[in-house]
Structures are given as structure tokens and as C-alpha cells.
Design a protein around this ligand. Structure first.
Ligand code: NAG
Ligand code: NAG
Ligand code: NAG
Ligand code: NAG
Ligand code: NAG
Ligand code: NAG
Ligand code: NAG
Ligand code: NAG
Ligand code: NAG
Length: 848
């Protein structure tokens, strides 16, 4: 079963569920000030963003299933206009863009369709087709005929497609909500009166589509009825919709953040994500969505920019490769279970809030049938608190929420993580797995000459805007000119080198002089313009200057973002007999794209349309070089990445499928801009818990398993500035081990089955659960200590207090098992061992 590789535990399920069509009852979706009401039933919903083109169809069922397994009820996706309407009226819904297929595999869950069709989403040009920018009179996202015409046309096309496929809830399909526009409230004022008119028009246009399910507009404070305004933020507990008749909906809770080439690796701790979600439901929230639950990959040139990485991992509960990220996924699963235990009374009861101590607040929900549920929050970001609630004492870690579905027993505290942590290994595999070995492994190589290839596109005095010229059909735009250097130039005698000085609006540039590579410069995620300033080699006589300007993803949002340009604005040479020469208004010859791209030599007939040179010693450090190799699929069925650490910058394909831009650009951040240890307490921001300062911003590039054949796969790489292709390897992403750290005072949310509980007959004790990926078992217990262990997963240490039987107990419960549970019970451990100290169990185990 090809799909089984993606998820541990789920294989059996997957086999039976993968392509089962669920039958939905026709659903009547309405709302009031408390919640959505589906067929007369109030709903408290946990939703998960999974963007269909950021994975591949073969991964979709596994991702959706892992969301369901994680306690999610709703999948949420944007619709990616520029992936669907390739030119006006020319639609595409194949492959990763098969929206209908994606919508049909919801495994009994609901779907929220954020049509946009502007989406931002760190996606190229915010999802709007580039061609629309070139229809005269078009200004994106404001009141003008061409934009509104095409926006309405596409929205209607999608709505009709969904209606035709019976995908709206009213038709018995999964779609319970649709979104029009996206976070427009931030920008409306920039467009003055037209902004307001446009927002109202968009709402009215959406409602007139008669989808019979409600529409939402996120971050849109003037959304007119019946459209619901919703919240996007790291915290939305204080959000209230602008009308009391609208439910409190959180469309984007960011469990991490995106990354840029040259940027850092953002992480949001599971404790803080859980805290934010619990606070939202504590304060009357009814629908919450993780943006992203699976971030995935910006394949090809779909990444927005400038500089969004090909990885869109997002530190999400399911990682880029489709593996549950633990403990985050598991901790949130337990949170969802705890919240669902309160669902009825939250939705149907009345609430009061009680201040229990400074910074400690309980919201207590009671209903007429005697039901009671309480959320107690300690919002102090430093101090733990002990409070009395209904005559019982509760201890709350700083910045945490305890959930009491019966107003007595804490089943979950957001700061107490019991879920296991996975240890992930990236296992390298030589490209060529066959017996022939690396020596016999051949690369096909093709070098492009710097500068104009074939016929020039045009000649012009001075510069053009890069984006206006390429119209984003490619990242690349060649500019060439020549200069004459007199014999009498001092630098020729001194052997010094003049300096080439280039100013650009963005995004990156490689410079060549007389066919020789001279250097690269680029902007960064926070600042797109840049200066190139390198000494160059010039000779007496005529010199050719060839400049390759690049875009690295188009702007995704912002006022008038469609008019943000890129490309060169000034080129000078300094150090020529005391004068600087300005080449800016020279005659420049232009060529759009590079030749191999134009010939599509990465796929189909294009592969054979050029004369490759076959060699077992491919050139290293050579700019503008195409490399092709025939490779076997890495063994096993773990997800696969391509390690490009030793390459420069470029594009990669496997079997004609676009892997995307690679650029292991070193993050320019200083060590102190990253953290060793992340304190989950206190308000999160994307710079709070970063790692990766001074490290390559993206080393591994996801290559979906379904793109591989067993052998004879064609890997093609276009290297722009120079790298070492012999060091490229595939890596298999594998869960190699597990850790668990559970304290005696951890609440037990009751995630064990009745059967598992009966076995030990001590129901509500905390426990550690270890689960290896499917088809693997625990083969060794590397560490086990009940007592006062310290340290982190991978580096636990025994404390002064340690039960010497710890390893025996854990081994007995877990060795040779795929899944095991160890209760912190009297039978297992000397629970009175460390008198007065709080005790816990730490375990590290190996799966194989
Ligand atoms: C849908 O539900 C609302 C209230 O929940 C009710 O007023 C309305 O009649 C229902 N519509 C249909 C078609 O069942
Ligand atoms: C939506 O319903 C209204 C009223 O029934 C009707 O006038 C309108 O034409 C419908 N619009 C569409 C797109 O079906
Ligand atoms: C607490 O409840 C009171 C009314 O009982 C309300 O005015 C207040 O806004 C609530 N506070 C919070 C933080 O929800
Ligand atoms: C708390 O204890 C007091 C005094 O013992 C008692 O009167 C009260 O009913 C108790 N409250 C609850 C909620 O049990
Ligand atoms: C691109 O061209 C359009 C006209 O098609 C013009 O309005 C716009 O200013 C140009 N953009 C830049 C950045 O030069
Ligand atoms: C110009 O260059 C010449 C030769 O290198 C040098 O002698 C002279 O001092 C320079 N003049 C100025 C103004 O720097
Ligand atoms: C490849 O080389 C052959 C033989 O030298 C030549 O005839 C052919 O035109 C070349 N093809 C291309 C695309 O350059
Ligand atoms: C981005 O570039 C700007 C302008 O060169 C610079 O000030 C800033 O420090 C850079 N940021 C990073 C993170 O490198
Ligand atoms: C370890 O366990 C064994 C049997 O379960 C028991 O006899 C022994 O006393 C335990 N040792 C310690 C130090 O607790």
C-alpha cells in the first residue's frame, strides 16, 4: 500500500478508508451569536488548514486521516486562483490542483473553502494570476472593473464547480463555510473610498452566489450581514465579531511561522499553541482553525516572496513530509479531546467568569441539566499559582489553562505535555543505489553561456522593470552590455581590480564578465533591494558584462502589492583612472529566461533535445550548469528529501515534476538572535523561539514518494552560481526513537481505551504512551528513570532520586512492541520514593 508510508498507526485504517466516499446527510448550516448550527445542532469545531497544492494527491488521504486522528473535525483550504486559471478562461484542475478530488476525501469531516480568490498565503503573487495585472486598468483588490470582473468570474466558476459536484453541505457535501477576500481589513483604508466599496461589493457578490452556507471574511471589521467577520492571530480570546449575532470564529491560529531564504527557523511551543486554543474556547469561541495543520511544500515556483522558502513546514502539527510532529500533534490531540468533553455544556449552557486570584480567571459553564464545565486560566507569564475553586485546590503553571469538564477533575493542562516526542533522523542515501556504485555513476552535464542565448528579446537604453518584463514566466532576466577599457588604465598595470557596483530593487543577481562568474548579491526577507559590490576582472579592449537578475517569488500582500517592482536600477564601475563610469543608461540587450528552461530540458522531449556531456566527474563550482542523473528510488517507504547543502542556488526536478527552488543560503542572523531554550510562557511572536541562526536556511527539499518509479528516475538540476553535485544525496525522513516525560501531577485526559484502563484497574493515573511508526517496534530502552530525572529528549539524566527498577519496568512493558503504555502506578514504581519532591518518569526508546 503506497500510502502507508506516511502515517504510523494509520495503515490499517488507511487501507480501508482511503477512497471510501462518505455519505453526508444534507446539512442546513446556519449560525447565531454562539456557534454554527448544522441541522439544528450547535457545533464546536476544530479545523485544520491543509493546502492541496502544497502536497500531492497521494499524500492527501493520509494527511486528512492524520488530522482526523488528531481530533480535528474540519479541513480548511484556500483555493489557489493562479494555479487554476492559467490564462483568462483557461482552467486547470489536474494533479496537485485537483480541488474536487481533495474536497471529496474529507473522510466524514467538514470542509471550509476559502475561495479568496486573493489569498496571500505566502503563495506567489498572493494567488492572483500575474496575467490579470497586465489587463489595462487593473488594480488588485479595489473597486475597478477588470479586477472585479475576473474575481467574480473565478469565484462563480469555483462555486459552480462545487455545486456541480454536490460539495456544499446543503447538497450533502462537506463544505460548511466559504470565505471571500482575505484579511482585507488591514488594507482597505489604503484604497480610500474604493476600498470600502470593494469590500462591500465582494461580500454582496459572494452572498449572491447562493451557496446556502454562510460566508466569512477574516480580519474584516465592516463585513456586512450575513457575512461573518473572523479573527486571524496568535491569540483570539479577546476577539469579538462586530455583530452579536455572529459566532466567534478563529480562521487562523498560527502554530508556527513561515521561513525565508536567509531567515531563521521559527518554532512555536506546543504549550503556547494549546494555551491560545483553550483560552479561545474558554472565552466563548466556537470554531477554531490551525493555519497550518500541515504546511507542506511550495513546489516549483509557487512560493511567494520575496524569498519564501520552498519548505512551508510552518512548525505545524504535521510536518512538511507528512509525519505527525510530536509532541505538538499529540498534545493538541489531547487538548481537542478535553475540549470536546465540554462541548455540550459550553454550547448550551450559561457562563460566568470568576477571578480566583490576580491573573487567574475561571469561566464556568453550567446548563439546566446540571452539566458543568470550567476553564481555569493562569495568564501570569512568570508565576505558577495555586487557587481554590469550589473548595478544591488547583495548581496552575504560569501561562496555562486547566480544563475541568465536570468542574472537578482537571483532564488537561495546556502546560503539561504528556505526549511523546519523536526523534527524527534524516538518513542519507547515495543517489545511485545499484551495484554499479558511485564510481560508475554518471552525470549528464550541460553548461549555458552567460548572457544572451539565441535571439535577443529586445535592446533598450537603460533598465526595465524585471517583473513587467518576465511577467513571471521565469525567475531569470539577462541584461548584457559591453565596455571598452583603454590600454592606459592604471589598474591594468597595478594588477588591481575595478569594482562593479549595482543597485537593484530585488531580488537577486549573478554577475558575469567576459563569461566568468563574478559574484552574487540579493536582498532578504525583510528588505528586497540590495547592492552588489565586487571587484571584477576586466581586460584592455572590449569587455562583456552579463547580469542575470532574478526574482525569488512575487510579493504576496500589502497595499498596491501588485505594483511592487524588481530589477536593476543602476550599474557603475569604479576604479578606472579615478573616474566612475555609469553604465545605467547604456544600451542593454535583454533576454527573458535561460535556455534550458526555455527548451524544457528537465522533462519529456526536452530532455533529449540537447547534447548532454556524460561524465563521472561532473564540474564543481561552475555557474549556469544543468546536471542530469538517472537515479533509483531510495529504499523503504519513508518520505524523501533531497540534500542540497553543497549546491549554490537553482531549480530541481524529478521525472519532470518541479521540486522547486533550492538555496541553502546561510541565515545572516547572529547567534543571539536565536534561542537555546524556548520559554513557552508569555505572548508568542515569530522571532521568539527561533533556531538556525548562521545555518543554511533550507538544506532538505521534499521529493514526494509518489513521484518516484523504482528505478530510472530522471533528476535534473539547474545550478546558477556553482555547487558540488557529487555531494547531493537523497535523505529518508525517519522516526528513529521516542521520548516521553510524564509527571505524577500530569492530568490523564482519558485517552486510553476502556480495555487499556481495565487491565491495570487504576483509571485516572498519569501514564506514558510510546508508539513507534507502523511496522517498527521498540528494540531498546536507552533511558528510563522514575524519580527526578532532568534534561531533554536525547539527553536525559538521572536525578538524585531514581527508582532502580525503572528500566526493567519500561522494558517489560515496551520491548518488541509497536505501542505500549506505562502507568505511573504503585505496581510499577516506588511512587513514594522521593519524599516531598515531585516525581516523573522519563523514557527514551529506539524504534526499528
Ligand atoms: C435551517 O435551520 C434554521 C435554523 O437552524 C431553520 O430556521 C431553517 O428553517 C432551516 N432550513 C431548512 C431548509 O431546513
Ligand atoms: C440567487 O438567488 C436569488 C434569489 O432566489 C436569485 O435572484 C439569484 O439569481 C440567484 N443567484 C444565483 C447565482 O444563482
Ligand atoms: C467577565 O464577566 C463579566 C460579566 O459577568 C464581563 O463584563 C467581563 O467582560 C468578563 N470578563 C472577561 C475577561 O470575559
Ligand atoms: C465549600 O465549602 C463550604 C464550607 O465548607 C460549603 O458551605 C460550600 O457549599 C462548599 N462549596 C462547594 C461548591 O462545594
Ligand atoms: C509595470 O508596467 C505597468 C504598465 O503595464 C506600469 O503601470 C508599472 O508602473 C510598471 N511597474 C514598474 C515597477 O515599473
Ligand atoms: C588619478 O590617477 C593618477 C594615476 O593613477 C594619479 O597619479 C592621480 O593622483 C589621480 N588623481 C586624483 C585626483 O586622484
Ligand atoms: C547535437 O550534436 C549533434 C552532433 O554533433 C548535432 O548534429 C546536433 O545538431 C546537436 N544538437 C543540438 C540540439 O545541439
Ligand atoms: C536585510 O537587509 C537589510 C538591508 O541590507 C539589512 O539592514 C538587514 O540587516 C538584513 N536583514 C538580515 C536578517 O540579514
Ligand atoms: C524491583 O522489582 C522486583 C520485582 O518486581 C522487586 O522484587 C524488587 O524489590 C524491586 N527492586 C527495587 C529496588 O525496588
Amino acid at each position: 500500500m503506497k500510502l502507508c508510508f506516511v502515517f504510523w498507526l494509520l495503515c490499517l485504517l488507511l487501507t480501508s478508508l482511503t477512497f471510501t466516499t462518505f455519505v453526508y446527510a444534507a446539512g442546513n448550516v446556519t449560525y447565531d451569536g454562539r456557534s454554527l448550527i448544522i441541522d439544528g445542532q450547535r457545533k464546536l469545531l476544530i479545523s485544520a488548514s491543509i493546502h492541496y497544492p502544497r502536497s500531492v494527491p497521494a499524500m492527501w488521504p493520509g494527511l486528512v486521516q492524520a488530522a482526523k486522528e488528531g481530533g480535528v473535525d474540519v479541513i480548511e483550504t484556500y483555493v489557489f486562483w493562479n494555479g487554476h486559471e492559467l490564462s483568462p478562461g483557461n482552467y486547470y484542475f489536474g494533479g496537485r490542483f485537483d480541488l474536487v478530488q481533495f474536497a471529496k476525501i474529507q473522510a466524514g469531516m467538514h470542509l471550509i473553502l476559502r475561495i479568496g480568490p486573493f489569498v496571500a498565503a505566502e503563495w506567489n503573487f498572493g494567488g492572483v494570476p500575474v496575467w490579470l495585472h497586465y489587463i489595462p486598468g487593473t488594480v488588485f483588490r479595489t473597486y475597478n472593473q477588470p479586477f472585479m470582473y475576473h474575481m467574480e468570474k473565478f469565484t462563480t466558476y469555483i462555486v459552480n464547480l462545487m455545486k456541480q459536484e454536490k460539495l456544499f453541505a446543503s447538497q450533502g457535501g462537506p463544505i460548511i463555510l466559504s470565505q471571500i477576500e482575505n484579511e482585507y481589513g488591514y488594507y482597505e483604508n489604503f484604497y480610500k473610498e474604493d476600498g470600502k466599496k470593494y469590500a462591500l461589493w465582494a461580500a454582496k457578490m459572494a452572498v449572491s452566489q447562493n451557496t446556502s452556507v454562510p460566508w466569512i471574511m477574516c480580519q474584516q471589521w465592516d463585513a456586512p450581514d450575513p457575512v461573518i467577520d473572523t479573527c486571524n492571530s496568535f491569540y483570539c480570546d479577546e476577539f469579538t465579531p462586530t455583530s452579536p449575532n455572529r459566532p466567534k470564529i478563529w480562521t487562523e491560529n498560527w502554530p508556527g511561522w513561515f521561513k525565508t531564504f536567509g531567515g531563521r527557523d521559527p518554532h512555536r511551543p506546543a504549550e503556547d499553541v494549546a494555551f491560545s486554543v483553550a483560552r479561545f474556547f474558554q472565552k466563548g469561541g466556537s470554531l477554531h482553525n490551525y493555519y497550518m495543520y500541515h504546511g507542506g511544500t511550495n513546489f516549483g515556483r509557487t512560493a511567494g516572496g520575496p524569498f519564501i522558502t520552498t519548505s512551508y513546514d510552518y512548525d505545524a502539527p504535521i510536518d512538511e513530509y507528512g509525519l505527525p510532529r510530536l509532541p505538538k500533534w499529540g498534545h493538541l490531540k489531547e487538548l481537542h479531546r478535553a475540549i470536546k468533553l465540554c462541548e455540550h455544556v459550553l454550547l448550551n449552557g450559561k457562563s460566568v467568569n470568576i477571578s480566583l486570584a490576580p491573573s487567574v480567571e475561571a469561566d464556568v459553564y453550567t446548563d439546566s441539566s446540571g452539566g458543568c464545565a470550567a476553564f481555569i486560566a493562569n495568564v501570569d507569564d512568570k508565576t505558577d499559582k495555586t487557587v481554590e475553586f469550589r473548595n478544591v485546590s488547583y495548581h496552575l503553571p504560569a501561562w496555562s489553562v486547566s480544563i475541568l469538564p465536570d468542574c472537578k477533575n482537571v483532564v488537561f493542562n495546556t502546560a503539561k505535555v504528556s505526549s511523546q516526542t519523536n526523534i527524527i533522523a534524516m538518513i542519507p542515501e547515495n543517489l545511485q543505489q545499484s551495484d554499479k556504485g558511485l564510481k560508475a555513476f554518471k552525470w549528464d552535464v550541460l553548461k549555458e553561456n552567460p548572457g544572451i542565448w539565441g535571439k535577443a528579446d529586445f535592446v533598450k537604453n537603460g533598465f526595465v522593470d524585471h517583473i513587467n518584463t518576465t511577467k513571471d514566466t521565469t525567475d531569470y532576466l539577462w541584461h548584457t552590455t559591453s565596455i571598452s577599457i583603454g590600454e592606459n588604465e592604471e589598474f591594468l598595470k597595478k594588477g588591481s581590480r575595478p569594482v562593479l557596483l549595482i543597485e537593484s530593487k530585488g531580488h537577486a543577481l549573478h554577475a558575469f564578465v567576459n563569461q566568468e562568474y563574478q559574484g552574487t548579491a540579493s536582498g532578504n526577507g525583510s528588505h528586497s533591494p540590495f547592492t552588489f559590490k565586487n571587484p571584477i576582472s576586466l581586460k584592455a579592449g572590449k569587455n562583456e558584462i552579463a547580469l542575470l537578475s532574478l526574482t525569488v517569488g512575487l510579493q504576496t500582500a500589502g497595499p498596491f502589492y501588485d505594483f511592487v517592482g524588481a530589477g536593476l536600477t543602476s550599474v557603475k564601475i569604479k576604479g578606472l583612472n579615478n573616474k566612475t563610469i555609469d553604465l545605467s543608461s547604456n544600451v542593454w540587450t535583454y533576454k527573458i529566461g535561460v535556455q534550458g528552461e526555455h527548451l524544457k530540458i528537465y522533462q519529456g522531449n526536452g530532455l533529449n533535445g540537447v547534447n548532454w556531456t556524460s561524465t563521472s566527474e561532473p564540474p564543481k563550482g561552475q555557474a549556469l550548469t544543468w546536471y542530469k542523473a538517472i537515479v533509483d528510488a531510495p529504499p523503504g517507504d519513508e518520505p524523501v528529501g533531497l540534500d542540497m547543502l553543497y549546491m549554490g542556488k537553482g531549480l530541481a526536478w524529478l521525472n519532470g515534476e518541479e521540486i522547486g527552488r533550492y538555496w541553502p543560503r546561510i541565515s545572516e542572523f547572529k547567534k543571539e538572535d536565536c534561542v537555546q531554550e524556548c520559554d513557552y510562557r508569555g505572548k508568542f511572536n515569530p522571532d521568539k523561539c527561533d533556531t538556525g541562526c548562521g545555518e543554511p536556511s533550507q538544506k532538505w527539499y521534499h521529493v514526494p514518494r509518489s513521484w518516484f518509479k523504482p528505478s530510472g528516475n530522471v533528476l535534473v538540476i539547474f545550478e546558477e552560481k556553482g555547487g558540488d553535485p557529487t555531494k547531493i544525496t537523497f535523505v529518508r525522513r525517519k522516526v528513529s526513537g521516542l521520548c516521553a516525560l510524564v509527571a505524577k501531577d500530569h492530568p490523564s485526559v482519558g485517552l486510553l481505551s476502556e480495555h487499556e484502563n481495565k487491565i491495570e484497574n487504576n483509571k485516572n493515573l498519569p501514564f506514558a504512551r510510546l508508539t513507534c511508526p507502523s511496522n517498527t517496534v521498540i528494540t531498546a530502552v536507552k533511558f528510563a528513570s522514575f524519580g527526578t530525572p532532568s534534561g531533554k529528549c536525547g539527553a536525559y539524566l538521572k536525578g538524585d532520586c531514581h527508582d532502580p527498577n525503572s528500566s526493567i519496568v519500561v522494558e517489560k512493558a515496551c520491548l518488541n512492541k509497536n505501542d505500549c503504555v506505562i502507568k505511573l502506578s504503585e505496581e510499577n514504581f516506588k511512587t513514594n520514593l522521593c519524599s516531598g519532591l515531585s516525581t516523573k518518569l522519563a523514557v527514551e526508546a529506539v524504534c526499528s
